[in-house]
Design a protein around this ligand. Structure first.
Ligand code: TXE
Length: 496
């Protein structure tokens, strides 16, 4: 099937109770980052339209079949979604690539597989989870059950819209909840189609509703709606802080998956060919726009010159181009604002003592597309802005260290604590580092490898809460303790 077979909608609206709902809100453009051309538009949901979506979700929760289905029935729908997403992968990948500039090969091989897997993973999980029974207190049995919490607000980012929003959707609905999804205003195209497909796969209407719009308008109305019971947010740290404060007004718990400035620590004792491949993948895959990017590359001083020369040569050789093309390794950034942000860091770095090793300029030959040259700087120390702030683009900051303790101190000297990477074949070094690193995930001798069974999430300003089967079950369910006496105990009789 050729990409021209896929229809791009003229305008995207909300999706409520299984039906498209085109409101009267402001029409805003949906852009192709590779060309800066408008490819579609969306209608921004105002508070009243957000209210309709939340009411639809509430009705589906209170009266609809989904929360009342047996686990077997819910599993069957989640597995059907897995199948339908894979069957429609070419169309979803096309829309995602068109709207985000993420390289098609990565969308097909990573994002879409993950999106489908998220649903089958939670189907498997709910088939195995169990309630707890306490019988330690003689004469009583106490059962602790978990029930769905109600309606979840899911706020998704623009750097991996399908992969990340599908995680939020699957992990909330698997436990019998309903939800309202708000994708990023920059990247609503593929998510809107995915949500239609959920219904086509057999999900009852109203279980997953969709609203589109900017954060302060649509997102804020959703997060603060009084009928919302949980908020799941993936995005920037400052936005996360604001969302959590807003949700706190209604005492609504939040899970926040935020930014990072992850250390990728390379020791002389590593397999340096693999470490080099891993470092390049860590910072340049997904166009450098990923929360788990290994954006601070810490290199043991005795191998610095050699490693740096090889890293820079490979970075310069990266194939920039049309994200739809098979040979492309690096596409455009997601927005003009993001491109300008990245370029500004490159511009300021020399004033802070950094040496520009590669890139730092807009990449020529791509018209008005948001392309930035693969960029690398050597920073004199960890205090520079490029070592502290999340840049979120194809921008590597290299630093050097002499000892394990120094590597650990630099790695941990960050407001973030999402992931870290260690490259060494020396077991005591690996042990020392994995025990000392203050991050939610540590990858040893491998680039990012997401094990869905294990918790994913960050220390410090990288987030609140975790994503895994058990963590999502805890977050998206309420516990209820039911105590029953095993025989008729004599009761103290009042008023006799
Ligand atoms: O994302 P925002 P921004 C980081 C990255 C990037 C920075 C800023 O460093 O440069 O964040 O990105 C919605 N109420 N990450 O500002 O604002 C918004 O509409 C409710 C890391 O573009 O965090 C979108 O749907 N919702 C990251 C979502 O929040 C609000 C992924 C994320 O947008 C809102 C993205 C409000 N008041 C950026 N304001 C990661 N963790 O992977 C905004 N939103």
């Amino acid at each position: 099937m050729s990409t021209t077979d896929f229809k791009v909608p003229v305008c995207i609206g909300s999706f409520i109770d299984g039906q498209p709902h085109l409101g009267t809100g402001t029409r805003l453009p949906i852009l192709n980052p590779a060309t800066d051309h408008t490819v579609s538009e969306f209608s921004e949901a105002q508070a009243d339209e957000v209210g309709l979506a939340v009411t639809g979700s509430r009705r589906a929760f209170e009266q609809g079949p989904w929360p009342r289905m047996s686990v077997d029935e819910r599993q069957a729908v989640l597995r059907s979604i897995h199948q339908v997403l894979l069957q429609n992968a070419p169309e979803l990948a096309y829309l995602e690539c068109l709207n985000t500039g993420i390289v098609m090969r990565e969308i097909e091989q990573r994002h879409l597989r993950r999106a489908a897997l998220n649903f089958s993973f939670f189907a498997d999980y709910i088939g195995q989870s169990s309630d707890a029974v306490y019988r330690q207190t003689q004469g009583y049995t106490t059962t602790v059950m978990r029930e769905p919490v109600g309606v979840a607000a899911l706020i998704a980012p623009w750097n991996a819209p399908l992969a990340l929003s599908s995680m939020q959707i699957a992990s909330s609905i698997a436990f019998g909840n309903t939800c309202v999804v708000k994708p990023s205003e920059q990247s609503p195209l593929a998510v809107a189609r995915m949500i239609e497909l959920l219904c086509e796969a057999g999900l009852p209407p109203g279980v997953v509703n969709l609203v589109n719009g900017r954060g302060p308008v649509t997102g804020q109305a959703l997060v603060t709606h009084p009928e919302i019971n949980r908020v799941s947010f993936t995005g920037g740290t400052e936005t996360g802080r604001h969302i959590m404060a807003s949700a706190a007004q209604n005492l609504v718990p939040c899970t926040l998956e935020l930014g990072g400035k992850s250390a990728n620590i390379i020791f002389a004792s590593a397999d340096l060919d693999r470490a080099l491949d891993g470092a390049l993948l860590g910072i340049f895959s997904n166009n450098g726009q990923q929360c788990l990017a290994g954006s601070r590359i810490l290199v043991e001083r005795c191998i610095l010159d050699d490693f740096m020369a090889r890293f820079v040569a490979r970075a310069r050789a990266l194939r920039l181009g049309d994200p739809m093309a098979d040979c492309t390794e690096l596409g455009p950034l997601a927005s003009r604002a993001q491109m300008n942000r990245v370029l500004q860091f490159a511009q300021q770095a020399p004033a802070e003592g950094c040496t520009l090793l590669a890139g730092g300029q807009p990449a020529g030959g791509f018209g008005s597309g948001y392309y930035v040259q693969p960029t690398a700087v050597l920073a004199p120390d960890n205090r520079c802005s490029v070592a502290r702030q999340e840049i979120f683009g194809p921008f590597a900051t290299l630093l050097s260290f002499d000892t394990e303790d120094e590597a650990l101190a630099i790695a941990n000297d960050s407001e973030f604590g999402l992931v870290s990477y260690v490259w060494s074949d020396h077991l005591p070094t690996v042990t020392l580092m994995t025990e000392g690193l203050r991050t939610g995930v540590v990858w040893v001798n491998t680039p990012m490898m997401r094990e869905l069974r294990a918790p994913f999430g960050g220390f410090k300003n990288s987030g609140v809460g975790r994503q895994s089967g058990t963590a999502c079950e805890t977050f998206f369910t309420e516990e209820k303790a039911i105590t029953v006496p095993t025989r008729a105990h004599p009761l103290r009789r009042l008023g006799v």
